[in-house]
Design a protein around this ligand. Structure first.
Ligand code: SF4
Length: 113
């Protein structure tokens, strides 16, 4: 049995996952079951970060991935944002990087700036 904490919401349920059957216990909702299974088979994470912004009130634009990306790609994705420069104006939901690092996820703006 693997013991993990669900990080899908602030409740933080303590999950136990059977490594053979992938049966999940301790979850309070279906999202925890999915999270528990994914953690043992193909863990994924949403990424939030910032990129350089020019021509706006602030120097950094907050961004996030449009969907979860494989956990092993996290550092590659974050590193790839180092050289990105965006010019104001930018709107919430604007795509800053399409298919970042071949993950299928886009990097999108999370603020109007
Ligand atoms: S199992 Fe459901 S309620 Fe519990 S932490 Fe995960 S998402 Fe939240």
């Amino acid at each position: 049995m693997a013991e993990i904490i669900c990080i899908t919401c602030p409740k933080g349920c303590h999950l136990t996952v059977d490594e053979k059957t992938l049966e999940v216990r301790g979850n309070s909702c279906p999202r925890g079951e999915e999270y528990g299974r994914n953690e043992l088979t193909h863990p994924v994470r949403m990424i939030t970060s910032t990129v350089k912004l020019e021509g706006g009130r602030f120097r950094r634009l907050p961004v996030k991935t449009s969907q979860s990306v494989p956990k092993e790609k996290m550092f590659e994705v974050v590193r790839s944002l180092d050289g990105i420069v965006v010019h104001s104006p930018v709107h919430v939901g604007d795509i800053i990087v399409k298919d970042v690092c071949g993950t299928g996820a886009d990097i999108i703006a999370t603020r109007d700036l």
